[in-house]
Design a protein around this ligand. Structure first.
Ligand code: ATP
Length: 135
């Protein structure tokens, strides 16, 4: 089966660089599955999981906090404000972030705090889901 190089890049550097047969990502208009040789495309991503299917039958999973997927026939780049592969997620930290965000959402001081807390909650829940394999 044909493979394509996938690179997941954040402002801190590359967090994933591997050959895969298929990428499944969550764009703002829905989930997409991209195979090697796909026509060029750019799409914004939501906070969510990215599944990376490999030629040996295994699947890597990463949590991404938005950003973009750029598809070219020979390379797929995911550019995200933050991203972690499942094995590098600190579950205790994500649970603490979730509890903090829930506390802030209950106070509801103003719209800015609310939006920030909501995004923080989504990032934390995404990390927990990816770590636990609920994707
Ligand atoms: P926190 O409040 O715990 O910092 P956050 O959602 O505000 O969470 P981000 O701003 O998305 O964090 O990320 C900041 C940096 O910390 C990034 O490099 C990100 O990959 C890393 N990071 C955040 N949470 C975790 C986690 N639970 N496990 C591993 N790395 C994490």
């Amino acid at each position: 089966m044909k493979t394509v190089t996938v690179n997941i890049v954040t402002p801190d550097g590359s967090v994933y660089d591997s050959e895969v047969t298929m990428v499944i990502a969550k764009t703002t208009s829905g989930e997409i599955g991209v195979l090697a040789g796909h026509i060029p495309m750019v799409a914004p991503l939501t906070i969510g999981s990215v599944k990376l299917k490999k030629a040996d039958g295994t699947t890597d999973v990463a949590a991404v906090s938005g950003g973009f997927i750029e598809v070219r026939p020979e390379k797929i780049s995911i550019l995200a404000p933050s991203a972690e592969v499942a094995s590098s997620i600190d579950i205790a930290r994500a649970k603490e972030a979730l509890a903090r965000a829930e506390g802030r959402l209950q106070k509801k001081q103003d719209d800015i705090d609310f939006t920030r807390a909501e995004l923080s909650l989504k990032r934390a829940m995404n990390r927990i889901n990816v770590h636990e394999g609920n994707i």
